[in-house]
Design a protein around this ligand. Structure first.
Ligand code: COA
Length: 396
């Protein structure tokens, strides 16, 4: 709607500074995540992602994102213990999950259950900083339990209770598989969780911040963010990558398959990025992990096919792989079913979403942009009997 007294009322072209898709638009200040898309630098709170992927753990990274500094040993123990103690789900929530259709998409389950968790949360009516910090910890702790419980429920397997002696990544694999994971798998998942934890104002984090900026509750922000992450242009891309690799089938068919896609102007999932003009630094780690895991399980086909796809897309479109490309083969090689790939992204990114919500609330101003209005300047109200069928209705 145009506003009375609006100086742009008679404007026919896009307002100054208008950027389709908010490209390069700075929407708020933040001290959480830095990206230099030209140099390929990503840092959380100033710490380069390569250092974090090499030396940190997911728990330590959560602490860094939430509190702004790397923890001391005692602080890390406190954050780790708080996460481990918060993994359980209320019986009512588990009961509800049991009523869901077994063929439901896991991202839809994940978009629904954290909303329900908000109702049962001990701080459900408290929007203070202290309560929101507790909610950040609880949501981050509970999401893996939701994903693992759902996977076992739909397979008709007994649920595996969280084990507080295990770290976040190991505990997830344990709840999922029902047996303690080997060190290699735990390490790979832990690094993947670090790499996915935050990424500045990506679509889902921006969604979380827009939602938080109305001063609503943390669970609403995370629920909205999960919905945004699900899309194939965002976190849903890792599932699309696996579907594409399966459709290609063998390495020798890659060249023709990808060229056909590009000729048909189709997007190749896992490539391109709004911010990076060079390789996504997260992809560098995931490529290496994909290679190592594929060798370890002696199933090189997914890594080899991925390399071949990458080579064609680099050559034909000059586009580099993003975080979602090699995470597909990494998760597959960890024995994880395709439908859980994006939920695992969410299990990690919830740490970033909640850090951004906490930050948004410390210097909040409602996020409310404007539209470049392209509709009718003026329309006369016509009585219903005199209206013609709209071409827009006929088209749908
Ligand atoms: N495959 C083929 N072409 C691609 C592409 C891809 N994955 N990503 C971008 N392009 C092309 C576009 O077709 C467009 O070409 P054109 O100028 O000839 O029309 C150009 O590159 C710019 O793409 P655009 O979609 O406008 O970029 P964006 O900044 O709006 O979108 C993404 C960024 C990430 C959404 C986009 O690169 C994409 O859709 N990638 C695939 C999905 C994906 O992996 N998402 C996860 C992101 S981490």
């Amino acid at each position: 709607c145009k506003l009375k007294g609006d100086s742009t009322m008679s404007q026919t072209s896009a307002p100054d500074g208008f950027k389709e898709g908010l490209e390069d638009v700075v929407a708020a200040s933040s001290s959480i995540c830095f990206i230099d898309g030209v140099k390929g630098i990503l840092a959380y709170r100033g710490y380069n992602i390569h250092d974090l992927a090499t030396h940190s753990t997911f728990e330590e990274t959560c602490h860094l994102l939430w509190y702004g500094a790397l923890p001391t040993k005692a602080e890390l123990k406190s954050t780790r213990d708080a996460l481990a103690a918060s993994r359980g789900l209320p019986a009512e929530v588990l009961k509800f999950m049991g009523t869901l259709p077994k063929d439901a998409v896991t991202m839809d389950v994940l978009r629904t259950v954290p909303s329900l968790l908000g109702i049962y949360d001990a701080d459900s009516k408290d929007n203070s900083l202290a309560a929101n910090m507790r909610k950040a910890i609880r949501l981050t702790a509970q999401m893996p339990t939701v994903v693992a419980a759902w996977q076992r429920m739909r397979l008709g397997q007994p649920l595996v209770a969280p084990d507080a002696s295990l770290d976040h990544a190991a505990n997830f694999l344990y709840m999922l598989r029902g047996e303690k994971p080997e060190a290699r798998a735990t390490k790979a998942l832990d690094v993947a969780l670090i790499l996915h934890a935050d990424h500045e104002f990506n679509a889902s984090t921006f969604t979380a911040r827009v939602t938080a900026s109305t001063l609503t509750d943390m669970h609403s922000s995370v629920t909205a963010a999960i919905g945004a992450l699900k899309g194939p242009l965002h976190g849903g891309a890792n599932m699309e990558v696996m579907a594409m690799l399966r459709a290609i089938g063998t390495v020798d068919k890659v060249d023709e398959y990808i060229k056909n896609m590009l000729n048909a102007k189709k997007k190749v999932s896992g490539f391109g990025h709004r911010v990076y003009r060079t390789e996504d630094p997260r992809a560098t780690h995931l490529r290496k992990m994909s290679k190592e895991l594929s060798e370890a399980i002696q199933e090189p086909v997914w890594y080899q096919m991925s390399r071949a796809v990458e080579e064609v897309v680099n050559r034909e479109k000059k586009l580099a792989a993003n975080v979602d490309f090699y995470s597909a083969s990494v998760y597959h090689d960890l024995g994880i079913v395709d439908d859980l790939f994006t939920p695992i992204f969410a299990m990690s990114r919830v740490s970033g979403w909640t850090a951004h919500v906490l930050e948004q609330l410390t210097h909040n101003r409602i996020l409310r942009p404007r539209a470049d209005y392209t509709g009718a300047e003026h329309a006369d109200y016509v009585p219903i009997e005199q209206r013609k069928e709209s071409p827009a209705v006929a088209k749908v």
